[in-house]
Design a protein around this ligand. Structure first.
Ligand code: FAD
Length: 403
């Protein structure tokens, strides 16, 4: 996408150099406006290792000029019991499979490569690092960002892409409580090449209380696997002292290759996260400021779609601001509203579904667990929810992402 769109050139500030911030900057630049990302850390650093992306964010990335050639391993996704019974097959439309590859192009990758490729597509100077924003203000004429080092920056529009603990969200809408999912996940990756068994697969398996999953990945021309185990926890409890040992213990009840993958993973490639979100915001934008990504709709990894939705948000913000005179407050308000309105039902659906799935798989009362598993094993319930409905819902976005 080139920055050749005619129209008044405004100034857009983006707070946060994660997937939402980078995508917003790429799309806003493509819309012909001047854009700067302010990131508190010395670099735009990936928060974590494992990642899967659906086709809509891939399409948005391509349209924004990101090189998606050989990015990630396209995977066919299946939900199985820990004993290997297939409970649901994620079905994408044939045309999506044709265009995006195996399984409809749910790709397995490592986060650093996504960041590198997005950064490579940004014009020089857009990303400004070591810029901790402490306060923001807006009036009818513009937005002011106040940095920890005492400097300020002025812009016509601000996009808060500053994650689950967003300062921008808090400033606009006050504090909204964290919703603890009372779950944690331990994840890792390996390039061991003699594992044997299936490739090009994303296998999400559930035992009675633990999820044990793996997917093929492709990272900088190398093929490998990422895996994760997930269980209920007290969010206040200290992390296991040996993550690799805990993952090994949890992975034991699952079939090959999960236990092998965990064993073959170097301990430094193992990480842990506590799962939480922040519930739902009815309104994202106020005046000249809006929100994107986790700042607007923090999402549990159970959706495997938080980064994907963040990239989509960025794409739609650029499209909404294209050709808009950013000095005109009424025009800005209208543009930001036209961005957020269609995003809200889609992102709410994903946030809610991710939360519900986590509760259903890990917090069902003990006496109900065998009944739940019987339903999953013997009825089309799971196929309907995660195999048919959800990919359709996600792939509806593909049609909306057009050049
Ligand atoms: C274990 C795990 C697995 C996941 N798996 C997937 C998956 O498979 N697929 C998927 O799509 N999503 C996945 N997600 C979700 C995904 O990681 C997030 O939804 C995504 O990172 C959100 O992007 P973001 O840009 O909105 O926020 P972030 O990635 O949190 O970025 C926010 C940025 O803002 C910066 N910032 C914050 N405050 C300030 C400030 N005051 N001043 C300056 N800078 C600031 C931060 O340093 C950070 O760089 C997973 C998440 C986890 C935890």
């Amino acid at each position: 996408m080139s920055s050749s769109t005619p129209g008044p050139r405004g100034r857009v500030a983006v707070l946060g150099g994660g997937p939402a911030g980078m995508a917003t900057a790429l799309s806003v630049h493509g819309a012909g406006h001047e854009v700067a990302i302010f990131e508190r850390y010395p670099e735009a650093r990936p928060a974590g290792n494992v990642l899967n992306l659906w086709p809509p964010p891939l399409k948005a990335l391509r349209l924004m000029g990101v090189d998606t050639e050989d990015l990630g391993a396209p995977c066919q996704t299946e939900f199985r019991s820990s004993k290997g019974r297939v409970r649901a097959v994620v079905r994408s439309a044939p045309e999506v499979v044709e265009q995006y590859g195996r399984g409809g192009g749910f790709i397995g990758l490592l986060r650093p490569e996504l960041y590198e490729r997005m950064l490579a597509a940004l014009p020089p100077g857009v990303l400004r690092t070591n810029q901790l924003v402490e306060r923001i203000e807006q009036d009818d004429r513009g937005v002011t960002l106040y940095f920890a080092d005492g400097t300020i920056h002025e812009a016509d529009v601000l996009v808060g892409a500053d994650g689950i603990n967003s300062l921008v969200r808090r400033t606009l809408w006050g504090e909204t409580p964290i919703r603890e999912h009372r779950l944690h996940t331990i994840a890792g990756f390996t390039f061991a090449d003699d594992i044997g068994g299936e490739t090009g697969m994303c296998v999400i398996s559930h035992g009675r209380r633990v999820q044990g999953s793996w997917t093929s990945i492709r990272h900088k021309g190398r093929s490998g696997y990422q895996w994760w185990v997930l269980e209920a926890t007290d969010p206040e409890a200290p992390a296991p002292t040996d993550l690799h040992a805990r993952a090994t213990e949890l992975g034991r009840e699952f079939l090959h290759p999960l236990p092998d993958l965990i064993e073959r993973t170097e301990p430094e490639n193992v990480q842990r996260w506590v799962l939480r979100d922040r519930g739902y915001l009815d309104q994202w934008s106020k005046g000249r400021i809006t929100l994107a990504g986790d700042a607007a709709h923090a999402t549990s990894p159970y959706a495997a779609y938080g980064a994907g939705m963040s990239i989509e948000d960025g794409w739609f913000i650029g499209r909404a601001l294209e050709g808009v005179d950013l000095t005109d407050l009424a025009a800005v308000r209208q543009a930001l509203q036209s961005y957020e309105e269609p995003r809200k039902p889609h992102t709410k659906f994903q946030v809610d579904m991710a939360y519900r799935n986590g509760q259903m798989f890990h917090h069902a009362p003990r006496p109900l667990q065998p009944i739940r598993d019987l339903v999953f094993d013997r009825t089309p319930f799971l196929q309907k929810v995660v195999g048919d409905t959800n990919p359709k819902e996600i792939n509806k976005q593909l049609a909306l992402i057009t050049d």
